[in-house]
Design a protein around this ligand. Structure first.
Ligand SMILES: [Ca+2]
Length: 237
């Protein structure tokens, strides 16, 4: 290990597929300690359980906060795959996520958040009558969010009393934030829940979330469904 590098997270599981548990860990250099330490030179290391040999790979983005591991079978080959996630060094909850298979000692990238983000950019436009359109032409998807429950103080910044927009206004769908493993107990594998935050008139104004359930189809992750929704409101004051 290079000087200054520390082990940031570790898990044990059979990632090679030979039935012997392997040790998987992340190394990196902490440049800013704290609750979510800022880390660079993030490297994924596998110590083979059978002969102790070491293999390492560096994700494309290898700097971020709070790098962490999850082991689970995403592609259904009965060997654990390796998910590595880190948060971007900016606010807003964006992150980088990679999933690798290491079956038979060969690294294969199953998921890369940059590729996902390229394919899942949405335009966000406020419409008349307290509705927000969230759309992606390439994916042929349009969602309409109802923001009537946001209250007069918020809505009066955007809308006249008759419900028409004062001026055109838009928001933004942020890149992938959380990428959560979802256990499919029947198959014994994991799907993924991919979450993007929808920001409104400012970055801290959360209108809602776009969530897609991803399932490995043998070659790649398919989107089983996508929903865009607003958080629920309280019924009583
Ligand atoms: Ca093994």
């Amino acid at each position: 290990m290079n000087s200054g590098n520390v082990i940031l997270d570790s898990r044990r599981g059979d990632v090679t597929g030979d039935g012997v548990p392997d040790l998987v860990y992340i190394t990196g250099r902490i440049t800013d300690a704290g609750e979510a330490p800022l880390t660079e030179n993030i490297t994924l290391v596998i110590e083979d359980g059978r002969d102790g040999s070491i293999r390492a790979i560096k994700p494309e983005h290898n700097a971020g906060r709070n790098p962490r591991l999850f082991l689970g079978d995403f592609d259904g080959d009965r060997a654990d795959d390796i998910k590595i996630s880190m948060e971007a060094d900016v606010s807003g909850g964006m992150g980088s996520h990679y999933i690798y298979s290491f079956r038979d000692y060969v690294f294969r990238e199953l998921f890369n958040s940059d590729a996902y983000n390229d394919a899942h950019q949405y335009k966000v436009y406020y419409n008349d009558f307290y509705r927000v359109a969230v759309g992606n032409i390439r994916l042929n998807k349009l969602f309409m969010l109802d923001i009537k429950n946001r209250g007069d103080a918020y809505l009066s910044q955007l809308y006249r009393d008759n419900g028409k927009l004062i001026a055109p206004a838009k928001g933004a769908a942020l890149p992938l934030g959380a990428l959560l493993p979802v256990a499919d107990e029947r198959r014994g594998t994991y799907d993924l829940l991919a979450r993007q935050r929808i920001a409104g008139i400012s970055d801290t104004d959360t209108l809602g979330y776009i969530e897609s359930l991803l399932h490995w189809n043998g070659q790649a992750f398919d989107v089983l469904y996508t929903v865009a929704s607003v958080p629920g409101m309280s019924i009583t004051a």
